[in-house]
Design a protein around this ligand. Structure first.
Ligand code: NI
Length: 173
C-alpha cells in the first residue's frame, strides 16, 4: 500500500506510449494496488500507470458513487473492441491536469477487453460515465490527454497555463 506521486502537465512522460505487460504478476498487482490507493487519496475515478510515471498499459477505475461501496476495476492491456455510434458528452477532468474541466464528446458505449487483477481475460460493456472513464484512461496509455479532444485554442490556453505554473514553481519540467 502506497500513495505514489502523480505527474502533471507539462511533464513530457504524459506523452509516452505505454508498453503492454507480459503478464499480471505480483509486481503488476502491487502497482495496481498502489494506483488504487493513489486514486482514492487524490480523489479521482480513474488513473493510468503513466500518471505515476510507470509506462505500462495498466489502469484502475472506480466510478461508484460516493455513498456506494467501492467498486475498483484493475485493468491491464485494455483494448476497445467495439464502440457505439451514439455519442455522449461528459465534463472531464484529469489528476494530471488539476482543476481544469471541459466537456468532451466520446462514444456512449464501449466494449473493453483486458486482463483483470487475477490475470484473466475479461470483457466489459461499459456505458455512460464508465465508458467515458475507460476511454479517457486508455487514451493515457497512448500518450493522449483529454485536452487533445478540445479545440486548439482551448488546448493551447491550458497548456500555456500549466507551463507557466511549472516555471513559477521553479520545476524542472
Ligand atoms: Ni486523466
Amino acid at each position: 500500500m502506497a500513495i505514489l506521486p502523480i505527474i502533471e502537465l507539462p511533464d513530457p512522460r504524459l506523452r509516452l506510449v505505454s508498453e503492454p505487460v507480459p503478464a499480471v504478476d505480483a509486481a503488476v498487482r502491487q502497482l495496481m494496488d498502489d494506483m488504487l490507493d493513489t486514486m482514492y487519496d487524490a480523489p479521482g475515478i480513474g488513473l493510468a500507470a503513466i500518471q505515476v510515471a510507470v509506462p505500462k498499459r495498466v489502469l484502475v477505475i472506480d466510478v461508484a458513487k460516493e455513498d456506494a461501496p467501492p467498486a475498483p476495476l484493475c485493468v491491464a492491456n485494455p483494448e476497445i473492441v467495439w464502440a457505439s455510434d451514439e455519442k455522449n458528452v461528459y465534463q472531464e477532468g484529469c489528476l494530471s491536469i488539476p482543476e481544469y474541466y471541459e466537456d468532451v464528446e466520446r462514444p456512449q458505449k464501449v466494449r473493453v477487453r483486458f486482463l483483470n487483477r487475477d490475470g484473466q481475460i475479461q470483457e466489459i460493456e461499459a456505458d455512460g460515465l464508465l465508458a467515458t472513464c475507460f476511454q479517457h484512461e486508455i487514451d493515457h496509455l497512448n500518450g493522449v490527454l483529454f485536452i487533445d479532444h478540445l479545440s486548439r485554442l482551448k488546448r493551447d490556453r491550458v497548456q500555456k497555463k500549466f507551463v507557466k505554473a511549472a516555471r513559477l514553481r521553479g520545476g524542472d519540467e
